[in-house]
Design a protein around this ligand. Structure first.
Ligand SMILES: [Zn+2]
Length: 210
């Protein structure tokens, strides 16, 4: 039986969200401070580990390919477990990596994405799908490239309401300053949009770009 990669509590689910990282959420966030071990959600191969070019917000990502052709991305990880290496064949439940806070993250958890043919599917739907041998075709959502998908808004935690609002591009891993007038417009057009209050040290790791 396929399983989630972590025993931890489910936090943000797949789909639209209005929390501090407003926009569409393309994964399932699982975990907390306590549960740290990430395991294979199915029989699979570890095909890559580390930062993914263009996806720096994901931090260090363990990328798995399961026997039915699904890719699993486990993001924000800290490091591989001892002895684990890219190319390893894994049985479901085998340990892979420790969860962490790498990349742009609201806290310690794993952001789990399931992907096939360049499109993403809700990991909950992946868990619920028929098992191997009767794998019915899904219609995964195509990856979109609109701003709602990739921009989060953040402010330096220590500066509070006096601080600059930054638009963080989750795909490029860069940020740009938002003028007060622009922020008023954003709040008027994206109901429920909120600001991530990010520690100074973490904000400083996001380079300023376009
Ligand atoms: Zn997430």
């Amino acid at each position: 039986m396929p399983r989630p990669p972590s025993e931890g509590p489910w936090r943000d689910r797949y789909g639209p969200r209005t929390g501090q990282f407003a926009g569409d959420h393309h994964g399932l966030d699982i975990g907390d401070e306590a549960g740290t071990l990430l395991v294979a959600p199915a029989d699979c191969t570890l095909i890559d580990y580390g930062p993914v070019p263009g996806w720096s917000a994901h931090g260090r990502v363990a990328r798995l390919l399961d026997k039915d052709g699904w890719e699993h991305w486990l993001s924000h990880t800290d490091r591989l477990v001892p002895g684990r290496a890219v190319g390893d064949t894994l049985r479901e439940g085998d340990p892979i990596a420790y969860q962490g806070v790498t990349g742009l993250t609201s806290g310690r958890h794993v952001h789990w994405e399931t992907r096939k043919d360049g499109a993403r599917l809700d990991p909950e739907a992946w868990l619920a799908r028929p098992q191997s041998g009767t794998d019915t075709p899904f219609t995964p959502e195509p990856e979109e490239d609109d701003d709602m998908d990739r921009i989060s808004y953040a402010r330096d935690k220590t500066q509070g309401s006096a601080g600059t609002v930054w638009a963080v591009d989750l795909l490029k891993g860069t940020r740009r300053a938002v003028t007060p007038g622009e922020w008023d417009t954003i709040r008027a057009t994206i109901p429920g949009v909120q600001l991530a209050e990010i520690p100074t040290a973490r904000l400083a790791t996001i380079p300023i770009g376009s």
